[in-house]
Unconditional design. Structure first.
Length: 357
């Protein structure tokens, strides 16, 4: 069976490239690489991308300008701190280690017993001197006693103000905060006249036939003066923390049968742990470096290191030794500040943890 082959005009058209229907073949169109107006108006088009890139670039420029402005504003105080605090501290540290040239040349020339050349000889000599060790022990003892009394009294005043209130709490808070408005010099003389041989304590005790001890010009008077000057800050810190304790916690503890002591020990004090640590740290640092109170109320021997530093620099003409004493005091203060830093880091970590889902 054979199939008929159609020839004629159709085959001729196919040979020329025309379609069998007689229409010309479709011409392949080349797309214009430029986007059309509709494409430019689409959110994802090239123009939108360029606009987004331009917006990001403008935002980055704004952020860079803000950063530069912030650095410029901070540069002035940072420069002041570096020039007037950082450079003198570094220079003093080098001087205590035996570097007597440069800015330390004048002190090295006028000072006595100056050690030249890098060494720890100044510190070794101080730590092997019985007088310095006695004064160091007196300083640490006064600091511990003053800090304990200050924080203890501040806690008592804050607890009474939080739980009792009324006239008693207001009176205690006023009495505790009043010393902040009294200059340290006046407070020192007041403590001295209160505790010396002709002071109020001995006079009042003599009226009833009691021979009260003389505490003027002793380390006891130094402790009194240190507590007087340090108490206001501690009361403000701890009382503020206890006032922020929710009433619901206290009422829930009382409903559960907790006594006042347990409410204080297990509810109030844990809530004020960080402020208590801060008050303790600042009290330690303040008493360690105090000068006015021990100078006016303390004995000639033993003396606290703040007075020793002044004596070694001015009276004994030994600036290198006084500088080494200052760094020893700084070492103890830095050790005390570890508690503050640790408590602050933990508190910040807890606050950040609360904000995270």
């Amino acid at each position: 069976m054979t199939r008929a082959v159609h020839d004629g005009p159709a085959l001729d058209r196919e040979a020329r490239g025309d379609t069998a229907a007689g229409l010309p073949p479709a011409v392949a169109t080349v797309e214009d690489p430029r986007p059309t107006a509709a494409a430019r108006r689409r959110p994802g088009g090239p123009t939108a991308a360029r606009r987004l890139l331009g917006a990001r670039t403008a935002q980055q420029r704004t952020e860079r300008r803000r950063s530069a402005l912030g650095i410029a504003l901070v540069a002035a105080p940072v420069l002041v701190v570096v020039l007037f605090v950082g450079v003198p501290v570094v220079n003093a540290a080098l001087f205590s280690l035996g570097f007597t040239g440069g800015l330390n040349q004048a002190l090295a020339d006028i000072g006595g017993d100056t050690v030249d050349g890098f060494s720890f000889a100044v510190y070794g000599t101080l730590l092997s001197t019985p007088t310095f060790l006695r004064d160091l022990g007196a300083t640490i003892g006064v600091t511990l006693a003053s800090t304990g009394l200050t924080v203890g009294l501040a806690v008592v005043v804050a607890v009474v103000l939080r739980l009792r209130g009324g006239f008693l709490g207001s009176a205690l808070s006023v009495l505790a905060v009043v010393p902040i408005f009294v200059p340290v010099v006046i407070a020192s003389w007041s403590v001295l006249t209160f505790t010396d041989a002709q002071g109020f304590l001995r006079s009042a005790a003599a009226q009833v036939g009691i021979d009260f001890p003389v505490w003027g010009y002793t380390l006891v008077a130094v402790v009194f003066g240190s507590v007087w000057t340090s108490l206001p800050f501690a009361v403000l810190m701890i009382a503020g923390a206890l006032q922020g304790t929710p009433d619901a916690l206290i009422e829930a503890a009382r409903d559960a049968g907790a006594s006042t002591w347990r409410v204080v020990w297990q509810v109030l004090l844990p809530m004020a742990a960080t402020p208590i640590v801060i008050a303790t740290t600042f009290t330690v640092i303040g008493v360690l470096g105090s000068f006015t109170v021990p100078y006016f109320t303390g004995p000639n021997a033993p003396t606290m290191l703040g007075v020793d530093i002044s004596k070694y620099f001015q009276a004994y003409n030994r600036p290198q030794q006084s500088t080494a004493m200052a760094f020893i005091v700084f070492a103890f203060a830095a050790a005390a500040s570890v508690l503050y830093l640790r408590s602050t880091v933990r508190s910040n970590a807890r606050e950040l943890g609360k904000g995270q889902p």
